[in-house]
Design a protein around this ligand. Sequence first.
Ligand SMILES: O=P(O)(O)OC[C@H]1O[C@](O)(COP(=O)(O)O)[C@@H](O)[C@@H]1O
Ligand SMILES: [Mg+2]
Ligand SMILES: [Mg+2]
Length: 338
Amino acid sequence: MKRKTLTQFLIEQQRDKAALPSEVRLLIEIVARACKAIGHAVGKGALGGVLGSLESENVQGEVQKKLDVLSNEILLEANEWGGHLAAMASEEMETIHLIPNRYPKGEYLLLFDPLDGSSNIDVNVSIGTIFSVLRAPDEAAGREVTEQDFLQAGSKQVAAGYAVYGPQTMLVLTVGSGVHSFTLDRELGSWVLTQSDIQIPADTKEFAINMSNMRHWAPPVKQYVDECLAGKTGPRGKDFNMRWVASMVADVHRILSRGGVFLYPWDAREPGKPGKLRLMYEANPMSMLVEQAGGAATNGTQRILDIQPSALHERVSVILGSKTEVDLATKYHLEAKG
Ligand SMILES: O=P(O)(O)OC[C@H]1O[C@](O)(COP(=O)(O)O)[C@@H](O)[C@@H]1O
Ligand SMILES: [Mg+2]
Ligand SMILES: [Mg+2]
């Protein structure tokens, strides 16, 4: 079998499908190279001194792990000199990072969650990197971009993807024409296309939610999960299985691989917060991937990709995955809203 590398795949997308500007192709290659370096550090674990926490907190008040900071630095450094970017934004940085004047600049904006699944770093469970690419608005031409320029709905993303550092290191990508996955050949150091046009089945018997928060959920979430738990003799007429890795990348990867539904809803622990997950670094890129694979993604009442962000670090409630399940959970939310 002839192997197709990420580079060949991207060149094909650019040439044959005209789906990809060359700047975005190069940008994705640089992100993929940075993910390789992060994956390498992850793989070293205690031997590389990368486990454990730092004294610092990020802008969201979360204690930073050494790998959160290291991964952020790797992505910043790789993409600064790579060009074609106007600026970057990260879950781990308070505000945007402009490309220094000594480097060539471009018109794209890169956003990332450098290390997703922080609670799993020290226990050797799959973690990942999530990224999203936007184009700076036309009115930003000729001036420095601002935080405001990043506040675009997820439907404007030109590319999105993630790397998952698990038993295999994989890169899952969309540039707006389907979802494709690449496995890192660790000996050769290259990303090899291992699945094209991934599709999420509309129906599933598997849900993913942190059940320990059940007592804090809103009634529509409780109703949806109760009906799954009722199994064959309940209203759904089938038994459901449950999985919760607690790394969004790994949970979404499972859903892209065999279907399922993922929920991280609003809950009453912090009622002022719309949810735990971040719109710009987590929900938007994952929603683009899921929709491109035939699934759906909502915040309970609205398509996630239609949400107009009002802040860089905005949080959001997330329901995504197999369409039939997302539609049903969304219906319960809309009914409750009246
Ligand atoms: O520990 P909880 O509350 O179940 O939350 C798990 C969720 O938190 C996250 O780890 C948040 O991401 P970070 O690790 O990037 O902060 C998601 O990956 C995951 O889905
Ligand atoms: Mg995350
Ligand atoms: Mg993170």
